[in-house]
Design a protein around this ligand. Structure first.
Ligand SMILES: *Cc1c(COP(=O)(O)O)cnc(C)c1O
Length: 341
């Protein structure tokens, strides 16, 4: 047993900490091996691995939550498994079955139970599954061998001291091409986002908003999160585009809005010159659930949504309901919570 139980849960931040065990499975000669837990955090791979040169790699991100009744729950891991399969098909990588994916995640969480932060701390156990193409392969072609890994690390509450609106700015850079890899979770999209993020951060913004790469007139992604907006008519709107990464958090919020709160939901174009249609806005993803968008700067004009200091009522209501489901305080729709025993 490590020293997990003694961590300062509220002040963990978002960084990698070594834990008890990681999962590793190898793919060779057309099949995945059984996979196993290892203590080692280092991987030994060929210098000629395609993951290192041509970006043949992908990842996922999800969390384990210590729930009100003391159990540990995963939030919709089947959705992460399916999305990773979509990514693998796009990059010609071998898929990991949903069963193998969920089993691997459960094994690692179970082996690191003491690192799952206590209920009420706001901290969670972040889970990072990934696949890399390895082996000796200098030509531009798919790898002949792959490694599927899962590791975990405890992370602090996203909103320390309460939810606060963020400021963003529109960038001229694109994170993905119109029919490129924007809709799949690959590291290359993130490499492309480092520079625009740094420019935005230097100007005092949390991150930048990407417009659609073809016409630069419509909102695509807000940093590494999906956009949601609430109209004056109480409709939850989110952009539709083949280069947006389909956020599991976002689709869960759409479901809650429609089925719990009786709101209308729309997936459609969101024009950057029509931000006045929204009375509230937010960025959604696993890390924050929803970051309320206080303002968005477009060129030299700043558009304020609900408020730069206060969180709007609809964003707050959706956020509370979703985290209530994750922490076992609110009944979950069928199949959303997978217990780790
Ligand atoms: C992972 C990711 C998201 C959020 O997806 P969730 O499944 O909600 O965590 C949004 N945008 C991008 C670009 C991402 O990589």
């Amino acid at each position: 047993m490590g020293n997990g139980a003694n961590l300062d849960w509220e002040n963990l931040g978002f960084l990698y900490r070594e834990t008890n065990a990681n999962y590793v499975s190898y793919w060779k000669d057309g099949a995945w091996d059984e996979g196993k837990l290892v203590e080692e955090k280092m991987l030994t791979i060929s210098m000629a691995s395609p993951a290192l040169h041509y970006g043949q790699q992908c990842f996922e991100g999800l969390k384990a939550y210590r729930r009100k009744d003391g159990t540990i729950g995963l939030f919709r891991p089947d959705q992460n498994a399916k999305r990773m399969q979509d990514t693998c098909r796009r990059l010609l990588m071998p898929e990991v079955s949903e069963e193998k994916f969920i089993e691997a995640v459960k094994m690692v969480v179970k082996a690191n139970e003491e690192f799952v932060p206590p209920y009420g701390s706001g901290a969670t156990l972040y889970i990072r599954p990934f696949i890399i193409g390895v082996g000796d392969n200098i030509g531009v072609k798919p790898a002949t061998e792959y490694i599927f890994c899962v590791f975990v690390t405890p992370v602090g509450p996203y909103f320390k001291g309460g939810m606060t609106p963020i400021k963003m700015v529109v960038t001229d850079y694109d994170r993905a091409a119109p029919h490129g890899t924007g809709a799949v979770k690959v590291g290359g999209n993130y490499a492309a986002s480092l520079l625009p993020h740094e420019i935005a951060a230097k100007e005092g913004y949390s991150d930048c908003v990407y417009l659609d790469p073809k016409t630069h007139t419509k909102i695509e992604e807000v940093g590494a999160a999906n956009f949601i907006g609430i109209t004056k008519e109480n409709v939850l709107v989110t952009p539709k585009s083949p280069s947006i990464l389909p956020s599991i958090t976002k689709y869960s919020l759409l479901y809650i809005a429609e089925n719990i709160f009786g709101m209308k939901v729309e997936e459609r174009d969101v024009y950057i010159n029509n931000l006045d249609e929204f009375v509230e806005a937010g960025a959604c993803g696993t890390a924050a659930v929803i970051s309320p968008l206080g303002s968005l700067t477009v060129g030299d004009e700043k558009h304020v949504f609900y408020s730069e200091t206060e969180v709007g009522p609809v964003v707050k209501k959706l956020y509370n309901h979703l985290i209530g489901i994750q922490y076992g305080e609110v009944e979950a729709p069928e199949g959303w919570i997978v217990e780790v025993k």
